[in-house]
Design a protein around this ligand. Sequence first.
Ligand code: 1HE
Length: 266
Amino acid sequence: MSDDTLVTYELDGPVALIGLNRPDKRNAINDAVVDALKAAVLRAHDEAHVGVLFGHGPNFCAGLDLAEALARATGRIVPPRKRKRHNWHVVFDEIERGPIPFVGALHGAVVGGGLELAMATHVRVCDESAFFGLPEGQRGIFVGGGGTVRIQRVVGTTVMTDLMLTGRLLNAAEAMTEHVVRYVVPTGGALAKARELAARIAQNTIETNWKIVNVLPRVQDLSHDDGLFVEQLNSAMARPPEVEQRLREFVEGKARPLVAPPKEVP
Ligand code: 1HE
């Protein structure tokens, strides 16, 4: 069951807009939020070509709900009798390795589990208000939303260890340097930029988008030989008819031009 007030869902043409909606608690993630997020993500898989994930209010997400974590630590929430796969892992994997790409629109706090969630999205935009960190060390806990895998692979062990041991926060520019985000925009502009990027991504074929988000992370984990083999299998997969149409459009000079690079070199 999911609570659709905790996570909003809106379809804008081919783009699903999914918003964490618990601003009074800085969009901290409790079990009900994870369930609602899962429902929204699965709905987007069925209805949309691209998803945008954002936070309502002044923050993206303050991570794990520490009040619920305390209730669990003190036995007020009884753990399930069977050890199931961690629900965060299940949902974040649905985002990262599902059928459609996700764009993350980040602002304010993007910390702890909030950063882990953000890193499950494929293209990440932040505004200048955003700050990033892993305060788990200060709370006496450890990352549990896939951060050891997703964050460490992007920023490297040195940076992640520093973030976790010292509790250091990164600003937007530093997050850009560490590849946590790919776009930085003025404060208040992250969602608009994410929607612009999502609309552009939605113009790719569904098939290519699926390959980009599913083949790349898996090949990253393979040897050189196995990676090339998987690449060959995927590029030789049966192509839907729209591929021929797109190739023809280019050959006949009717294709959309490539996106122009910025004029100024940063
Ligand atoms: C929360 C949470 C939360 C806020 N769980 N309730 N995450 C953290 O260690 C970050 C904890 N949060 C903060 O450091 C700050 O709240 C913020 C920097 C994000 C925002 O500061 P601020 O001044 O805007 O808000 P606030 O006054 O600190 O909090 C407002 C309310 O949100 C307050 O509740 P209220 O009922 O007293 O109004 C806070 O208690 C509540 N709140 N953050 C629960 N996280 C699967 S492993 C993942 C492990 C982790 O994510 S560890 C990192 C957890």
